[in-house]
Design a protein. Structure first.
Length: 92
């Protein structure tokens, strides 16, 4: 009988952004693929999320600000996040 011990590689970080300018950007974690379920529906258009605060940011169409960055909309609700692929070298 073996016990499964959860590590920080089992769950994505509490907050993560796909924008390289953000302090919450982490290319290694994004490369594994992040699945997001917001209010019970899976979303593929999430730019940034925060599980503890319960919000996601999504792009507002093709609109951009004066610096060329996409305009985003912050939506509040229940957020679930998971890795789509195991960590490199992890047992599967």
């Amino acid at each position: 009988m073996s016990a499964t011990i959860m590590t920080d590689t089992d769950l994505p970080p509490d907050r993560l952004s796909s924008n390289p300018r953000s302090p919450f950007f982490d290319e290694d974690k994004l490369a594994r693929g992040i699945g997001i379920r917001f209010k019970g529906a899976e979303r593929t258009d999430v730019e940034e999320y925060c599980r503890s605060e319960g919000w996601i940011r999504v792009a507002l169409g093709k609109k951009v600000d004066r610096h060329g960055q996409p305009l985003t909309l912050k939506l509040s609700g229940e957020v679930e996040a998971w890795f789509e692929r195991p960590a490199e070298g992890a047992e599967g």
